[in-house]
Design a protein around this ligand. Structure first.
Ligand code: PNS
Length: 182
C-alpha cells in the first residue's frame, strides 16, 4: 500500500484529559500591558494558563518574586479571560520539567519583533529537545505594545519618563513606591 511521505509523529500528550493547559513563563519584572495582552489572547486557545514567575532569572530584579506574583494577581482582574482559568505561580529550575509537573502541554511566549525571534527560537528548540511533549506557542502582542518591555519600562520610569498606558496603574504605583524606597 502506498503511504504518504508526509507522516508526522508528534509526541504523545502530557496529560490525557481534554483540559488544555499552558504555562506562560517569564521574569514579569514587572508585568506590562504587553504581557496582559498575550494572556488575553492565550485565553482564546487554552482552558487554563499558569503564569509562572521564574525564581532566578539571572538578572538583578527590581521586584521580589512575591511582589511580582502580587502584581500579576492584581493585574489579571483586568484581563478578559472568558472561561479560561488564570493561575499565578513561580518556579525554579528547568521550565519544561515544571511544565510536565503541572500537566501543561504548551509554553506560551510573546514575540514583539524579529529581534525577539532568534532568542525565542533557540529556547523553543532547546526546550523541545529536553521535552518533546511540550510545544511552544508564539503569540504576537497588539501593535500598541510591540515595543514594550519590562526593561524599557523600568529604565524610562527611573529617568522620570511617562509609562502611562504601558503597565497597569497598580504596577506604576508599586514602581513609584519602590523608587521612593530606594
Ligand atoms: O521574561 P523572560 O526573562 O524573557 O523569560 C525567560 C524564561 C523565564 C522563559 C527563561 O529564562 C526560562 O525558561 N528559564 C527557566 C530555566 C530554563 O528552563 N532554562 C532553559 C531554557 S531553554
Amino acid at each position: 500500500m502506498l503511504t504518504s511521505p508526509l507522516t508526522f509523529h508528534p509526541a504523545p500528550p502530557v496529560n490525557d484529559t481534554p483540559m488544555r493547559r499552558a504555562i506562560y513563563p517569564g521574569s514579569f519584572d514587572p508585568v506590562t500591558n504587553g504581557h496582559l495582552d498575550i494572556i488575553a489572547r492565550g485565553c482564546k486557545l487554552f482552558d487554563e494558563i499558569i503564569i509562572a514567575v521564574v525564581v532566578n532569572p539571572g538578572k538583578s530584579p527590581m521586584f521580589t518574586v512575591e511582589e511580582r506574583r502580587e502584581m500579576l494577581e492584581e493585574s489579571l482582574a483586568g484581563v478578559e479571560a472568558g472561561s479560561c482559568g488564570l493561575v499565578v505561580d513561580s518556579f525554579d529550575g528547568l521550565l519544561v520539567r515544571y511544565a510536565v509537573e503541572r500537566g501543561a502541554e504548551a509554553i506560551v511566549r510573546g514575540i514583539r519583533a524579529i529581534s525577539d525571534y532568534e532568542y525565542e527560537l533557540q529556547m523553543a528548540l532547546m526546550n523541545r529537545r529536553q521535552e518533546p511533549r511540550v510545544e511552544t506557542v508564539f503569540m504576537m502582542a497588539a501593535e500598541d505594545y510591540s515595543y514594550v518591555s519590562s526593561r524599557l519600562v523600568k529604565e524610562v520610569f527611573k529617568l522620570g519618563g511617562s509609562i502611562d498606558g504601558l503597565v497597569p496603574p497598580s504596577v506604576e504605583a508599586r514602581m513609584r513606591a519602590k523608587l521612593g524606597d530606594a
